[in-house]
Write a protein that binds this ligand. Sequence first.
Ligand SMILES: *Cc1c(COP(=O)(O)O)cnc(C)c1O
Length: 379
Amino acid sequence: MSAHPQTTSLLEPVPQLDLAAQYAAIGAEIRSAVERVLASQQFILGREGAALEEEIAQLSGAAHGVGVASGTDALILALRACGVQADDEVLIPPFTFVATGSAVSALGAKPVFADIRPDTYNLDPSGLARRVSPRTRAIIAVHLYGLACDMDPVLDFGRARNLRVIEDNAQAIGAVYKGRRTGSMGDAACLSFYPTKNLGAYGDAGMVVTNSGEMAARLKSLRNHGQSSKYVSSEPGWNSRLDEIQAAILRVKLRNLPEWQRARQTHAAAYTKLLLGIPGVAPPLVGEGFEHVFHQYTIRVERRDALQEFLSERKIGSAVYYPVPLHLQPLYASLGYQAGDFPHAEHAAQEVLSLPMYPELRPEQIARVAEAVSEFVTR
Ligand SMILES: *Cc1c(COP(=O)(O)O)cnc(C)c1O
């Protein structure tokens, strides 16, 4: 039942994420890009940032990109640019990273939760009608783990009630929904370049993409103290800019993103092939018309914590995204939600486990992980 210490100690660990493997491959290119910025001595709102904005907008199928300091700032500024104010309500899923909610709270607005679908972990559009109120201003649809939310019904719902729709695309850059890129569908979409994301900087960075020229102009002003022209501020803004060093690093990585994305998809297919027959283990679902970019490869299993422990004894990394749904976070105790309010989110929080996933993962590592999962279930 337990691992044989001698065999185990010979095994190479399989980390949940391995950024060092990526740096080994592209380090020289990254260093020369950073050198280029250092030589220019132009660090804020220069050529690299402007070029990155164009490249990311193009990849997202959106007309404009506005670089900001983080994915969280992207959400806060997109909400502001959509007109969300204190005491407004914003519909969001409870099963997401806390930033989706805290961005709403940062404006004094109120997050109102709507449950997820148990098979995709994304917002269930059929639950929105029960949660909407005259105070509702916007919906944030999260594309969790790299899989697009079912956007058509969300967009229809928003249009019918004059609500703004914001995509939280922090985890799904490059994903496709019925022929459209994530990031091209809502009024605005927010990206995070946090180091562990599919396109990660070497520090914090983020971006908002939008098809509206008006919204892009507003965002450019908001990220820079509300300045409409130099030293003339027309509204209270912020300092939230994406710096030139991060932009130069991201541009190098962006050239590799299609290849990394294909590698993630190949690894996911290999995992699913090996895991599909194992009783009690549910691999991620990818419906017709969806292209998943596998920011995470997340399975669902009863006795999740025991499996995580079992894997860890075999030096296999794994992670739980996310163990506490937002409506049960201490942060939101004052909103008065209780356990049982969003059963699908709560159930997912108890059963999801993200296995090792990064482009440099090797087939024998995938086989070892799948074998360990199978051993746990069938022992
Ligand atoms: C990472 C992430 C964010 C926040 O991005 P930061 O760059 O870390 O501020 C927001 N939403 C989701 C779903 C995320 O995964």
